[in-house]
Design a protein around this ligand. Structure first.
Ligand code: 3UK
Length: 531
């Protein structure tokens, strides 16, 4: 582990040197780093364009320690903006592209970002809140800058900024311990938390998980259905392939079985990354046969939520390639427990990745024995520095060297760790968080709703989706039109994947003496009626 330990020693260091410049020094200047449809970007282009972007930003007055929000689809400009910012010591903050204007307003203001970088296709979504932002000084549109009006805020196109910059090779004088980028992590009470990661964490995840579990290689071709804004996608489709000088295929649109099988057939990836809901849809399709259409496919990875055992087994039988299920988090940056090639136990998250240690603690902080359920706590140097301006939550989550995951886990006699749910009410849908609180808040803002409670209910694949229990206001009747209107309302307010797939109308909801909704009672009732 000596090589991993040296990564975390405090020293002058900028992550762009390891991920961008090292590839050019190694003679890969003409190798394709990213491919998006017919657009390609070589490692040489990436080096030049990131220098130009960082220098163009500086010319506009945005230098080291400025923060920029990156609201972008998986396009070639994403790595240029991300690594250009890192090179310039500017802190990029990628945001989930599936959110609403109010949610963006919260994160833009909370992060005090000076610049918003936005894909043309997402410009209209954020436009209405721009004039209300306290710290924003410029908007940069990836695509046509006329897609949006900034009001008093100047709007540039990405091309303009890159053209303004000089191609001379430089990196801002940053330190390995310095914050390099943030990712927002969802909270159970609604407000997302800016999770601050340092420069050395990216290479730590590449040298541990990507090198020692995936065995990532220069000749790998990577496709991740999980997008770059997600810590999972950021590693899969950027840092891991770049750490080995491999090639990544990007898809800007939504990953559906059609688009995913199409990419696999056309691009012949050797590594594929997805979330359980996608694998469940893919495996039910006749195209989930040998290699799923790629003669090069050597390994598949699942993360974001637990992969149901039957989905993994069916995939292996039909496609002939294993799915490695591993658990990662925004707080730890990437996967820290994983199954290994040749040592897979479907239905579990495997064992600690080299460079990480895991323990399972009971309510008194004592280690649990075999088959005893407790909270999963993990140690590893890629843990975030903390949450931005949320001291209480930082102190609780990042307790010295150990990070509390909020996940309930159990270790079996062979040392495999299995997920048993959460210590809070949160759950994942398609690998992305749903906070019941947030869906309930959206529901009660609908004219017909008096009270609402939301839980995760298992679908036929054993994957959770939101189920809502609702008390209607007087004068409103329960019918299909109302259900459709409630679903549309949640999609609009909270996010497309968060709408309730089932709605149960009640005359009252279980509550504590202080009026807090007891979701656990609804979960117990739900489990009884469906077991
Ligand atoms: C859950 C899993 C069971 C678990 C992520 C890979 O998902 C990622 O990050 P998030 O911050 O969520 C973290 C939480 O998601 N989870 C993730 N993977 C699994 N539960 N089995 C799994 N395989 O509750 C965890 O605490 O969105 C995944 C890499 C980087 C990531 N950030």
């Amino acid at each position: 582990m000596s090589s991993l330990a040296s990564i975390t020693e405090r020293r002058p260091y900028n992550a762009a040197n390891d991920f961008v410049d090292a590839n050019v020094s190694a003679g890969r200047g003409n190798k394709v780093a990213f491919k998006e449809g017919s657009h390609t970007l070589t490692y040489g282009d990436l080096q030049k364009d990131t220098c130009r972007f960082a220098s163009g930003m500086k010319a506009l007055g945005f230098g080291q320690e400025t923060r920029v929000v990156l609201l972008a689809l998986d396009v070639i400009e994403f790595p240029v903006a991300f690594w250009g910012a890192i090179r310039g010591g500017i802190i990029p903050i990628p945001l989930n592209t599936l959110l609403s204007a109010e949610q963006y307003a919260y994160m833009i203001d909370d992060s005090r970002a000076s610049v918003l970088l936005v894909s043309e296709a997402l410009a209209k979504t954020v436009e209405p809140v721009l004039s209300k932002m306290t710290w924003l000084k410029a908007v940069i549109v990836i695509g046509d800058k006329k897609a949006l009006s900034g009001g008093k805020i100047p709007v540039y196109s990405f091309e303009e900024v890159v053209a303004k910059g000089k191609p001379d090779l430089f990196t801002a004088p940053t330190l390995s311990d310095e914050v390099a980028f943030w990712l927002y992590s969802s909270g159970s009470t609604g407000a997302p938390k800016g999770t601050k990661h340092v420069h050395s964490s990216l290479i730590y995840t590449a040298k541990s998980y990507a090198e020692q579990v995936l065995g990532i290689r220069e000749d790998d071709v990577v496709y991740s259905a999980a997008k770059l804004f997600f810590a999972y996608g950021l590693g899969n489709a950027m840092t891991f392939p770049m750490s080995a000088g491999a090639t990544t295929v990007l898809l800007p649109s939504r990953p559906t079985p059609d688009s995913v099988f199409e990419i696999i057939k056309n691009e012949q990836p050797s590594l594929f990354f997805g979330v359980p809901t996608l694998y469940a849809a893919l495996v039910a399709d006749p195209r989930a046969a040998k290699g799923a259409g790629s003669a090069r496919l050597r390994m598949c990875v699942s993360a974001g939520e637990a992969l149901p055992q039957h989905v993994g087994e069916n995939w292996k039988r039909q496609v002939g390639v294993d799915i490695l299920d591993g658990i990662g988090s925004t707080e730890m940056l990437h996967i820290f427990l994983s199954n290994r090639p040749g040592e897979i136990r479907y239905g579990t998250s495997g064992k600690a990745v080299p460079g990480y240690e895991a323990k399972i603690l009971d309510e008194n902080g004592k280690e649990c024995g075999t088959d005893e359920i407790g909270e999963l706590v993990v140690r590893g140097a890629s843990a975030a520095e903390g949450y931005w301006n949320q001291r209480e939550k930082s102190r609780r989550t990042f307790a010295g060297e150990w990070t509390y995951t909020g996940d309930k886990y159990v270790r079996d006699a062979d040392g495999f760790l299995r997920c048993c749910g959460r210590t809070d009410d949160m759950f994942k849908v398609s690998g992305i968080w749903v906070s019941p609180f947030e869906v309930e808040s959206a529901l009660v803002s609908h004219e017909a709703v008096l009270e609402a409670a939301v839980i995760g209910h298992e679908d036929s694949d054993g994957l959770l989706k939101p189920k809502a229990y609702i008390v209607l206001k007087q004068g409103f009747a329960s019918n299909e039109d109302l259900f459709e209107s409630l679903k549309a309302h949640v999609k609009d307010k909270a996010g497309a994947w968060k709408y309730p797939r089932w709605i149960d109308i009640r005359t009252e909801l279980p509550k504590t003496a202080t009026g807090k909704i007891q979701r656990f009672k609804l979960r117990e009732e739900d489990a009884r009626t469906h077991s």
